[in-house]
Design a protein around this ligand. Structure first.
Ligand code: ARG
Length: 376
């Protein structure tokens, strides 16, 4: 029974490997004989070891394909420009930390943000335990606290902040404390590492024509680096593979700083613009949203940090749809995520349908590595 299960899963793996290699090698314009040779090699490796290892080229192109297949991402036009760091041999928390700090500085690049992924060791097929697992949702994110006077910081980080505190980390309880990196290797107790403030590029938010706006003291970090998703290529799963692009303004201006369950800043923004907040029909929320989004785009631009507005992003996505069609590939997408949260109907995306089928390689959500916090 055990043997049969093992056989079944390795034939499944072999099929996924073949599918991936065929597409990958065709896209890289490699010869048929080169592909056949590689498939035979992988076949032997799977038979002998139960798994196989990607070459750097396969890893690089696979990670790029995974971006191309990310149904929720509006920024996919740039999938070919993804920089891929191979850190599959990093074994200790120290080594992982070094690689993560390297990712942060390379990707940040003083504001000329470079789309980057760092790939750590693959999950061994015979175990549930991951070699490397990063506990952060993003490499850089702000802490959230419950205080006597209510929530402080980013409420979305409450649970993870508690984990960090229980591991011995202490924040300053400010609105914008950068959380530490939390790294777990081989199922052992995770280790945390503070990120020096000068390694994190941040942007103070000001407004192009309202000087009082700066009084709100809003800020955000420059680079969104998602670190809790698994990369899957050809049946191989990489549970730690942090990646980044650059921000679209609305992610910060219409969600992170605006959502009621996040920083909830619309009432304060309305105040500096002296909007009438007592009647919904003045559309003060909408007006505050637009001004906050103008401020985010303006501030990133002034600070020399790459960012894209949602109209430009939608046009770039339209171009992606064209180039994919020209390459005889079907575009998949998740409409509910692709439409921007402000003025969605002003983009073409709103007015068409997308097939939300999942194609691999891809980035997958995975269960959180830490237990849920039980309040006592
Ligand atoms: N929406 C997330 C945030 O606001 C980031 C998701 C990835 N975004 C991106 N532009 N690559 O932090």
């Amino acid at each position: 029974m055990v043997v049969r299960l093992m056989l079944q899963s390795t034939t499944g793996l072999l099929q996924q490997a073949k599918d991936f290699l065929s597409t990958c090698y065709a896209e890289l314009e490699k010869s048929e004989s080169c592909l056949q040779e590689r498939i035979e090699e992988v076949e032997r490796e799977i038979r002998d070891t139960g798994t196989y290892e990607h070459t750097y080229e396969e890893l690089q192109h696979g990670a790029r394909m995974a971006w191309r297949n990310s149904n929720r991402c509006i920024g996919r036009l740039f999938w070919k420009s993804l920089n891929v760091f191979d850190e599959r041999s990093a074994r200790s928390p120290q080594e992982v930390k070094r690689a993560l700090l390297n990712h942060i500085s390379y990707a940040t690049n003083g504001g000329k943000i470079r789309p980057t992924i760092t790939v750590f060791s693959a999950q061994r097929p015979e175990t549930e335990v991951c070699g490397v697992r990063i506990w952060n949702h993003q490499l850089v994110r702000y802490a959230g606290y419950e205080t006597d006077k209510g929530l402080r910081g980013d409420p979305d980080s409450l649970a993870f902040t508690k984990i960090c505190t229980s591991l011995g980390w202490h924040g300053d309880a400010s609105e914008y404390d950068v959380l530490p990196l939390v790294v777990q290797v081989d199922g052992q107790r995770p280790e945390w590492f503070a990120i020096a403030r000068d390694e994190v590029l941040e942007v103070p938010i000001r407004h192009p024509d309202c000087s009082r706006f700066a009084e709100l003291g809003l800020q955000w970090y420059a680079v969104p680096m998602i670190s809790d998703m698994a990369l899957e290529i050809g049946g191989i799963r990489y549970p730690a593979a942090p990646f980044n692009g650059w921000y679209m303004g609305t992610e910060i201006g219409a969600r992170n700083l605006a959502d009621r369950h996040r920083y909830n800043k619309l009432p304060e923004v309305a105040e500096v613009f002296e909007l009438d907040v007592h009647r919904e029909r003045t559309l003060w929320r909408d007006r505050a949203l637009v001004e906050l989004n103008r401020a985010v785009l303006y501030s990133f631009q002034e600070s020399g940090v790459r960012i894209v507005d949602h109209h430009t992003a939608a046009r770039q996505f339209e171009q992606f749809e064209r180039t994919e069609t020209d390459a005889h590939r079907a575009v998949t997408g998740d409409w509910t995520w692709l439409i921007p949260p402000v003025s969605p109907a002003a983009t073409h995306i709103f007015h068409r349908n997308y097939d939300n089928r999942m194609v691999t390689p891809n980035y997958l959500r995975q269960p959180p590595p830490y237990p849920p916090i039980i309040e006592t």
